[in-house]
Design a protein around this ligand. Structure first.
Ligand SMILES: [Fe+2]
Length: 165
């Protein structure tokens, strides 16, 4: 897919955060499919480099690609990394929610707060009022997701950056 190196580096970092959260959830006896988190987080931006030329919506086309390759579960994670199909339908976060949240804590390769990442996303992608409104809604959901995840595990959001050196 000729992924740009900074997108690869970003994906590795998102994977690191997603795996940390998955492991901490496991410690709290909430078992997620770790392989799925691993694949979904590493591949979440698989068509992003191409999208910069084509203008395609990379969450949708990444899903299509993985479905064509025979990995629909991974595709579903990629599809939902920008916004979840549905929010909070299950009592506990699933793999897609973890990857979605992890991506919202990583700015390039830096682990930042949710608000720093959402400010960046709004600045970069909020090119018209409709997009801005949509992104603000995604940001609000991400705040709730953060509360859901950290209500279950033993660390707070600020500690993620210290642990993932
Ligand atoms: Fe992305």
């Amino acid at each position: 897919m000729e992924m740009m190196s900074h997108i690869k580096a970003h994906s590795l970092r998102v994977c690191q955060v997603a795996e940390l959260l998955t492991d901490l959830m496991a410690k709290a006896h909430i078992l997620l499919n770790r392989d799925l988190v691993y694949a979904g987080s590493l591949l979440h931006d698989i068509t992003k480099t191409r999208s910069l030329k084509t203008g395609e919506f990379h969450a949708a086309t990444g899903d299509e690609l993985l479905c064509e390759m025979g990995f629909p579960q991974v595709g579903a994670i990629i599809r939902q990394h920008v916004a979840l199909d549905e929010y909070f339908v299950s009592a506990i976060p699933d793999e897609a929610e973890i990857v979605n949240y992890a991506d919202k804590r990583v700015l390039n390769t830096d682990i930042v707060s949710l608000s720093q990442r959402m400010d960046y996303i709004l600045e970069r992608y909020g090119t018209n009022p409709e997009y801005r409104q949509r992104l603000r809604r995604i940001g609000k959901y991400a705040e709730k997701t953060e509360k859901r995840i950290f209500g279950l595990i033993d660390i707070n959001p600020e500690q993620v950056g210290h642990i993932c050196q």
